[in-house]
Write a protein that binds this ligand. Structure first.
Ligand SMILES: Nc1ncnc2c1ncn2[C@@H]1O[C@H](COP(=O)(O)OP(=O)(O)OP(=O)(O)O)[C@@H](O)[C@H]1O
Length: 302
């Protein structure tokens, strides 16, 4: 039984499409990233899965409970951690009072530890907290009952890099303890660092689901080479070479087989050579062709 199952899930807000025909599963112990630009449908998918919104069509399950079975889902919530994209925390309450209320609903085995790790002052009024500190309160609430499944909507928005790293550690700890995670983001680096697989959502539809490793390998290799000879651009303009930049060092993205690269470089006296994974952005951009206007280059990566 997968941790999350999403079958042709569709949600319309009246005439407005939120998501349409979204299907994927999140296996037990997996970290699944839901990546897409603003308005793509990430929040709609998460809130529909949690039963806060009624699907227009399709269905799914969380920890084996049908998402349209309100009572079962309510019970399952004790084993689920949810971080809303825009936590509407009661500004007049203190952080501690909010966490007390959440603890009554789901428990708080790890609260003290998390409050200390995030350096949270529970006595402060939520309305007086900075955005980052409010996000910390919401994170403690999502994680403090050691949930088996976490649905996190843009979890690191508002967190500084140090706290983002704390957050990453926290996710890894829960996953090592057997939990499954779905998190949404529009920051590629964030999902690449944490996720096993990524679903790319655009205009309410799932454009692709890929493992982060596959995305990386599709991105090709970044090659930087310095040779003894004077070289011309034409000598490097062969199949497999992209983003070619000439200079004292010649650099390009290589998307072909290694043997063909060795053949190419074998024509010269190589003084210096560096071959590294191309940035994940290049593979990822293939999903955004047309939307950003710079998809022509990226389109050739695949
Ligand atoms: N309550 C609502 N009423 C009407 N339309 C809505 C509502 N909530 C979302 N939408 C629309 O549904 C679509 C998907 O929005 P959603 O908030 O799910 O996207 P998102 O990927 O989470 O975006 P963001 O990254 O900005 O949070 C958008 O076109 C949005 O305008």
């Amino acid at each position: 039984m997968p941790a999350i199952e999403c079958r042709d899930l569709t949600k319309y807000y009246g005439e407005v499409r939120g998501i349409e025909d979204v299907s994927f599963t999140v296996e037990n112990g997996e970290v699944f990233g839901f990546l897409g630009p603003n308005g793509a449908g990430k929040t709609t998918a998460i809130r529909t899965l949690l039963g806060f919104l009624r699907p227009t069509d399709g269905g799914g399950s969380l920890l084996g409970h049908d998402i349209t079975d309100g009572a079962a889902l309510q019970r399952a919530r004790e084993r689920i951690g949810y971080l809303p994209g825009d936590p509407g925390l009661d500004r007049d309450r203190t952080a501690g009072a909010f966490l007390d209320h959440q603890a009554d609903l789901r428990g708080e085995v790890r609260r003290a530890d998390l409050v200390a790790r995030f350096g949270l002052d529970e006595s402060r009024r939520i309305g007086d907290l900075s955005r980052g500190n409010r996000q910390k309160v919401a994170l403690v609430a999502a994680f403090m009952h050691d949930p088996e499944l976490l649905l996190l909507d843009e979890p690191t928005s508002g967190l500084d890099p140090l706290l983002q790293e704390r957050f990453n550690e926290l996710v890894r700890e829960r996953v090592n303890a057997g939990a499954s995670v779905m998190l949404s983001s529009h920051v590629l680096g964030e999902v690449a660092a944490l996720c096993d697989r990524v679903g790319v959502i655009r205009d309410g539809r799932l454009a692709a689901v890929e493992s982060v490793d596959a995305l990386r390998s599709r991105g090709g290799k970044q090659v930087r080479v310095r040779v003894a000879e004077d070289v011309t651009r034409a000598e490097f303009e062969i199949r497999g070479v992209m983003n070619l930049r000439m200079g004292e060092t010649v650099s390009f993205t290589w998307t072909g087989e290694y043997d063909a690269l060795v053949d190419l470089l074998g024509r010269f006296t190589v003084h210096d050579l560096e071959v590294v994974d191309a940035p994940l952005e290049e593979a990822f951009m293939t999903f955004y062709d047309g939307e950003r206007g710079d998809g022509a280059d990226a389109g050739g990566v695949s």
